[in-house]
Every structure is written in C-alpha cells, then in structure tokens.
Write a protein that binds this ligand. Structure first.
Ligand code: 5GP
Length: 240
C-alpha cells in the first residue's frame, strides 16, 4: 500500500494489493457534502465508517448477500475483492427525507411502504442525476435482468439492515449502496456507513449521520461514535 492510490474518492482511497484480484481501501478522515462544496477533516471519522462498513458487510455476507469485503488490515483499512464498479448509486428509502422531499410532494419523515428504490447516475460533474431503466440500458451499464436483480438485492439488504437498526432503536431512513460485477455476478461494493445512510434515533428523532454535518446540526464525530457504540457492542471494550 506504499504506492500511489489507484483511485481517490471524496472519503476513501483505493490501492492495488499484492494479491491479484484484491484491492486495499483506506477510509480517510475527510468529510464532504453538496458535491464536495463543503469539506472538512474530522480526525477519527474514517475509523468509525470503516468499522461500521466492515460490520455490515460481515452481517450481510452471513445472511447470503455477496459483498466485496474480505478482511480488515487495521481499523481504517480493508481488503476487498476487486469489482468492475457500476456507476450507479442505488438508494433505498423507508421514509421521505433529503432530495426526494425537495423534488416531490412528500413530507419529511413520511413513511414509504413499500420502500422506494431510486438509482442515480454517479457523476459529480452532473450532480448525480436520477436515472431510469431505459437510460441505464442505453448507456450499456446493465441489462434489464441485472437491473431487476440489483433492485431485489437492494430491497433484501434494506430488510436486513432495517431489522438490525430497529433492534438498536434506530430508524434506517434511507441509504445509498453501490454494486459491481465480478465474474459475471453482481456484488455489493463501496461502503455502508454513516456517510451513506440516514439514521434517526427512534426516541429523540435526532440525526446520527452525515446530515449532522450537512446541516450543522451538532457534533458529527460524536454522532458517528454513538452509532458505533450502539451497533457494535463491545467495540469500545467497555471503556466508553
Ligand atoms: P439524497 O438523495 O436524499 O441526497 O440521499 C439519499 C441517501 O443516499 C442518503 O442517505 C445519502 O446519505 C445517500 N447518498 C446519496 N448520494 C450520495 C453520495 O453521493 N455519497 C454518499 N456517501 N451518500 C449518498
């Protein structure tokens, strides 16, 4: 991992591994919002997102969802399977919040039952525009069968994650995931973290995710830390 990154995202860096077919993903402490217009460095944030991602990848694998996760090498760095990433953000919404409220006549917090799945084309220069099946096929990104498989997989992931969060007193409002292909099959990649989910405390309604940063709602790091404490029992070894 001493070489230049293969790819630098807004909060993660990806490096080639010595092992063929594997990559090294390092979760940095950078935090950004609004297509990178707002940015800061929050020491320790990368660790919280890395451990939560690793936790959920493992949780999902155990329940039959193929993910890219292999193992952690340290608390902010993971080894993953190399995927051919599909440039789509697959978003599942259980409650209306964020862009869906800005764009459509939903009220904030409105329950969406059944959950709403939307896909955005991942391209910051175009502000990640919402995409539809015809455009995905016309761009040659996926076949209709693959789109259907991704939608089914995303809903299954939503069911599994929502159940886990509910048990911890947290509402999974929405989340964004990304998929890639490996030897012809669809595999969950990227991350599952407080940067890519909306989490509301069931009792207080408080945000425990990147909205705290986006909208200056308080101490982001402490919100992220509280998620780690609540969802990974024993992570802080009882010290906290
Ligand atoms: P919205 O469309 O309301 O902005 O976002 C819906 C959900 O997907 C939120 O949980 C948000 O954090 C996540 N999301 C949407 N776009 C991105 C993105 O570009 N990066 C990350 N990390 N999460 C995103």
């Amino acid at each position: 991992m001493n070489s230049e990154p293969l790819y630098e995202g807004k909060a993660k860096s990806v490096y080639r591994s010595e092992e063929a077919g594997e990559l090294v993903v390092r979760f940095r402490d950078d935090i950004t919002a609004f297509d990178g217009e707002k940015k800061d460095v929050l020491p320790g944030k990368g660790v919280f997102n890395a451990v939560v991602s690793a936790f959920f990848f493992t949780y999902l694998e155990k329940r039959g969802i193929a993910t890219h996760f292999i193992r952690m090498v340290n608390e902010r760095t993971m080894i993953v399977k190399e995927l051919a990433m599909v440039p789509l953000e697959v978003i599942v919404r259980n409650r209306a919040a964020g862009s869906i409220v800005r764009r459509y006549p939903f009220s904030e917090g409105q329950v969406l039952d059944p959950p709403v799945v939307v896909m955005d084309f991942k391209d910051d220069t175009r502000h990640d525009p919402m995409i539809n099946d015809d455009i995905i096929v016309a761009l040659g990104l996926l076949t209709r069968e693959e789109i259907a498989a991704i939608r089914t997989r995303a809903l299954e992931i939503n069911r599994l994650l929502s159940e886990y969060f509910r048990e911890q007193g947290i509402t999974l409002v929405d989340f964004k995931i990304e998929f890639g292909k490996r030897e012809g099959s669809i595999v969950l990649g990227d991350e599952i973290s407080m940067d890519s989910m909306r989490l509301w405390d069931m009792e207080t309604g408080e945000s425990l995710d990147k909205d705290v940063y986006r909208f200056d709602k308080g101490d982001v790091l402490s919100a992220y830390e509280r998620v780690v404490q609540r969802i990974i029992p024993g992570y802080f070894g009882g010290k906290e």
